[in-house]
Design a protein around this ligand. Structure first.
Ligand SMILES: [Zn+2]
Length: 226
């Protein structure tokens, strides 16, 4: 059960989910920046197009006046000059519009690229989330089965011994009882000293013996070396 709990806490998918979450957070920031940049260029484009429109309207008005033939020769000459200036200005402003439109394409491409990367990362995160759910469901089912088995085993153990086991287990990293193998305590890995070995040899089989060194309940098994 302790191993299952450890496995549940340390699923490799959990570490991967954390990495993808970090990437998603980064991509969200990058995407917001890209969208903001696109909005700025969109405003610039609108402004540049309005500038062109203003010049075009002014030139149209000038041409109308010129064609009407009203006004003095000097007025008409001035209008002619202004139309020439307006034509140059329109050409310059149209260059600005073209330049802004190119930047707009770049900005849109960046938003599209970042959106695609974000969607891809989100799909990956969803898949990891599903894998985590599947893995933990499996572990939980196994743990539930073991909980039942443990309760059955615990029911066969005298109450005072079970209480002692729980106490030792809580104090010793989840291991309350350990086998003796080759005269060594499997709980703390230390070798039993000779007087301890002799005491255990002399003890009746149903007597609870504990390791003096670590306090764990010692379990005698065929290869204990006693
Ligand atoms: Zn020990």
């Amino acid at each position: 059960m302790a191993q299952l709990a450890h496995k549940r806490r340390t699923l490799p998918e959990l570490a991967e989910a954390e990495k993808v979450d970090q990437r998603l957070a980064d991509l969200r920031d990058v995407l917001i920046a890209a969208e903001t940049a696109q909005g700025d260029v969109a405003r610039e484009q609108k402004k540049a197009e309005a500038d062109v429109e203003q010049v075009v309207n002014r030139a149209a008005r000038d041409r109308q006046l010129l064609e009407s033939g009203r006004g003095s020769a000097k007025d008409l000459e001035n209008l002619q000059h202004e139309l020439e200036t307006l034509a140059r200005r329109q050409s310059d402003l149209e260059d600005v519009v073209l330049e802004v439109m190119e930047r707009m394409e770049t900005a849109q491409a960046r938003v599209a690229e970042m959106t695609a990367q974000r969607d891809e990362a989100q799909a990956r995160r969803d898949a990891i989330g599903a894998a985590i759910t599947a893995a933990t469901d499996g572990i939980d089912a196994e743990a539930a089965k073991l909980t039942g088995e443990r309760a059955t085993v615990a029911g066969t153990i005298p109450e005072d011994l079970l209480a002692l086991y729980e106490r030792v287990r809580a104090a010793h990293a989840g291991v309350g009882a350990a086998a003796i193998r080759q005269r060594r305590c499997e709980g703390c890995r230390l070798e039993l000293d000779i007087s301890e070995v002799n005491a255990i040899k002399a003890a009746p089989a149903d007597q609870v013996v504990r390791h003096e060194e670590c306090g764990r309940i010692l379990v005698r098994v065929p290869d204990s070396g006693l």
